[in-house]
Design a protein around this ligand. Structure first.
Ligand code: TNX
Length: 486
């Protein structure tokens, strides 16, 4: 049948293929078809740059031309999805490159622990969708999930408890586990960015080593007034930096005000303020962040922080800011004006702990919730409201979705919030507006739904919201960090 098609000249031209994210430039023909899709050759062309590739499909086989390993890998993903859904492979050329270099997904394992197998599954899905940054939120008030050899109590004590149960048994990644996952990600062209949150969201570390706790009596923050705190945290970052070969190191910096009122009463902090001439908690926070930013630099890494830390003036060039506060467009403006490399991950629509349907009850809402098409349409569906120019939007590093797990105590809920929104995220991050077509995307998603079924993933079915009922989450969701010192 294939040969018959081949002998009768060129078939109908195709400009769309069943691939997520949609490639930018497709010129293929329905016949002649490729007789041997398994015959793949790779060619290097450095001028193509980091992620771009060309997929040339001829009658006898396929040639993938790329500027680097990652481009070749993404080309393979395109070919793989095409062969999965097409009976015969059309011939012609696809030229493709991403809109953004940072196409990220964040998983919070501190509130609820997903574990190695789940993380690998997520990395597989990311690779398929050409997402290339896995941001790993490994520490928070509820749990510390990474082994630090110098401070064993972090995992003996800090790894017990979760958001739904402060007494749940210890779960964490050993350093061998971490290396295994980092390698697994690297084989899929994904860089892992570890986050050690400070000075707030530090409860698990503070109950393991109360001598460095400085916040209110929840132990939400480290003590910025003690010199030993800086050595403790720098030792931790040194071990972390050694485990993650990527250039980025995320030190949080978010929501410090939830615990910093107590600093004014703390004798160490008072002494620090006196010594350094600091006025008020904001200046103490700035002092802390500058000290830790210096440590990150000494360790040879690029600093990543949440947008809260932008105020403390760390210097635009050598940091990446993650803009998450969708209600603070003013912050985004000043980040853009200062030409600071930014990753856009606003709660609306890129927080995957937000519900995705009006009938859902477990998860967040804020002037609405985050539907599939809302994620898909980002950033064009939002940025005019933030008053970012096209040029400024072109300059951002990229996009990221964040999966906070306060309401995700088991894998069914993680899957439900993740699939299929992660596919929409991939199109938002990879495709220029011209190559986006929501109806086409939804048709390709039919194949993904089948794949989710066959893999036993509990996804939200947008075609029929009643098909998969919402899995329940913790009934009581504490709004404040749990008091572990009681
Ligand atoms: C805000 S985003 C947080 C997280 C919560 C999340 C819940 C950010 C930097 N901080 O600690 O888990 O909201 O949506």
């Amino acid at each position: 049948m294939l040969l018959a098609a081949c002998s009768c000249g060129r078939g109908e031209k195709i400009t769309r293929v069943p691939v997520i994210p949609a490639p930018s430039d497709v010129e293929l023909y329905n016949g002649p078809f490729c007789e041997d899709p398994g015959n793949i050759r790779f060619k290097e062309k450095p001028s193509l740059g980091e992620d771009a590739y060309t997929l040339k499909i001829g009658r006898k086989g396929v040639t993938i031309t790329a500027g680097s390993q990652s481009g070749a890998f993404w080309g393979m993903q395109t070919l793989r999805q095409m062969t999965e859904s097409l009976e015969a492979l059309p011939t012609g050329v696809i030229n493709d490159c991403p809109r953004y270099s940072w196409r990220g997904f964040m998983l919070d394992e501190a509130r609820h622990f997903s574990g190695k197998e789940r993380v690998k599954l997520i990395l597989d899905e990311m690779a398929r969708l050409k997402l290339n940054r896995f941001h790993w939120h490994l520490t928070d008030a509820q749990g510390w999930r990474i082994e630090i050899k110098k401070y064993p109590r972090l995992t003996v004590i800090g790894s017990t408890g979760s958001h739904s149960d402060p007494d749940s048994p210890s779960v964490y990644y050993t350093q061998d586990d971490i290396r295994e996952i980092v390698d697994y990600a690297a084989e899929r062209n994904i860089t892992v960015i570890p986050e050690i949150d400070m000075p707030g969201h530090a409860g698990a570390a503070c109950r393991s080593y109360p001598e460095y706790a400085g916040g209110d009596w929840f132990g939400f923050t480290f003590n910025p007034g003690k010199e030993e705190t800086y050595s403790f945290l720098t030792d931790i970052l040194r071990e972390v930096a050694g485990l993650f070969p990527g250039k980025w190191l995320h030190i949080g910096g978010d929501e410090v005000s939830y615990g910093s009122e107590a600093w004014m009463e703390n004798p160490d902090v008072k002494a620090l303020m006196e010594r350094e001439g600091l006025e008020g908690v904001k200046e103490v926070e700035s002092y802390f962040m500058h000290r830790m930013a210096d440590s990150v630099k000494v360790l040879g890494k690029t600093l990543v922080c949440w947008d809260d830390a932008f105020d403390v003036g760390l210097g635009a060039e050598d940091q990446v800011i993650m803009w998450w506060r969708h209600d603070r467009a003013d912050k985004l403006r000043s980040i853009a004006e200062n030409k600071c490399p930014a990753v856009l991950c606003p709660r609306r629509p890129l927080y995957f702990d937000f519900i995705q349907d009006s009938t859902h009850r477990v998860g967040r809402e804020w002037d609405g919730f985050n539907t599939l098409d809302d994620v898909y349409g980002f950033p064009e569906n939002r940025y005019s409201r933030w008053e970012l120019s096209d040029e400024e939007l072109g300059e951002v590093l990229g996009l990221q979705a964040n999966m906070w797990t306060e309401t995700m105590q088991d894998k069914a809920r993680v899957d439900y919030m993740l699939f299929p929104r992660i596919a929409a995220l991939a199109e938002a991050a990879w495709c220029i507006p011209l190559s986006k077509d929501y109806e086409h995307f939804c048709r390709v998603l039919e194949r993904e739904y089948e794949r989710y079924e066959s893999m036993g993933l509990y996804y939200f079915d947008y075609r029929d919201p009643s098909a998969h009922p919402e899995p329940q989450g913790p009934t009581v969701i504490p709004q404040k960090p749990i008091n572990y010192f009681k």
